[in-house]
Design a protein around this ligand. Structure first.
Ligand code: ZN
Length: 218
């Protein structure tokens, strides 16, 4: 029996499903990514090539966690637990190969001030000059990406860095197949940033930046 079929039957032994179920490994995805696409004829799971070397139990958990989303169910299995544990540990084993020096300085300031220097250095890169997406943390590649829009203001750079480092530290919380990143614990920690009006400062900084960019375009 195929891994997908097995994953399905263990989740929904009673469910009748006549669609074809496929599993593909793809080189197109970035590290440990995966998705599921479905229509009335088939359900296709695409996993990045990295998954080939991962144990079948963990792969089964990944497939089940995607099935749960497709069928909007909240069933949990030991395989889903295994998969989530695995994902949360990927950063520990991934290599850090890209470290921007400006971001490294920011990371170290924030790490010493708020984390007792305990966080491990992730990959640190600048993304585009975005005013809406200022930063992100990608678990799979253990990478913090910040917008170059923050380059002019060290405090704001550190603030967004702090936000992403909280993601790195706190990971996420899973309920009914959904992942929650900005939990109340997260928000509470975020408020520990030393400047209590930093959110306000960030908003007006971005508003000014947007204006400037508009004028540049004219
Ligand atoms: Zn966030």
């Amino acid at each position: 029996m195929s891994l997908v079929k097995e994953a399905f039957l263990e989740l929904f032994p009673e469910k009748f499903e006549n669609r074809i179920m496929l599993l593909k490994y793809s080189a197109k995805f970035s590290k440990y990514n995966a998705n599921v696409k479905y229509d009335s004829n088939k359900i296709t799971f695409s996993l990045s090539n990295d998954w080939k070397d991962v144990s079948k139990e963990i792969q089964k958990g990944l497939i089940q966690s995607l099935f749960v989303r497709v069928f909007k169910s909240n069933i949990r299995t030991i395989y889903i637990d295994l998969y989530e544990k695995f994902v949360k540990n990927i950063p520990r084993f991934s290599q850090t190969t890209q470290i921007d020096l400006i971001l490294k300085a920011s990371f170290e300031r924030v790490n010493n001030k708020y984390f007792f220097g305990f966080l491990d250095l992730p990959n640190l890169v600048f993304g585009r000059e975005s005013f809406s997406k200022l930063g992100s943390y990608d678990y799979m590649s253990n990478t913090i990406t910040l917008s170059t829009a923050l380059l002019d203001d060290e405090e704001l750079l550190d603030y967004v860095m702090y936000h992403e480092m909280l993601h790195q530290k706190l990971k996420f919380y899973t309920k009914n197949g959904r992942n929650y990143h900005h939990t109340s614990k997260f928000r509470e920690k975020e408020r520990a940033f030393e400047n209590p009006v930093v959110e306000k400062k960030l908003k007006s900084f971005l508003a000014k930046k947007r204006m400037k960019k508009l004028f540049r375009l004219w």
